[in-house]
Design a protein around this ligand. Sequence first.
Ligand SMILES: [Zn+2]
Length: 63
Amino acid sequence: MAKYLSPLRRLADLLGGYTTFTCPAADCDLVVRLRGTTAGERRRWQEFVADHHRHRSPRKERP
Ligand SMILES: [Zn+2]
């Protein structure tokens, strides 16, 4: 199932000056929200979110 961030949430982030990055993995719920960062910092976070080592899947964390 694909992740879905509601349009209202995205609009609120935009108006509040936030940048939101979500992990591209379908079963990972990692979301990073940034505000007042430089372009370089945003880029670092974008890369981290796209390629972090441990995806946050609720299913995988269960024994
Ligand atoms: Zn992930």
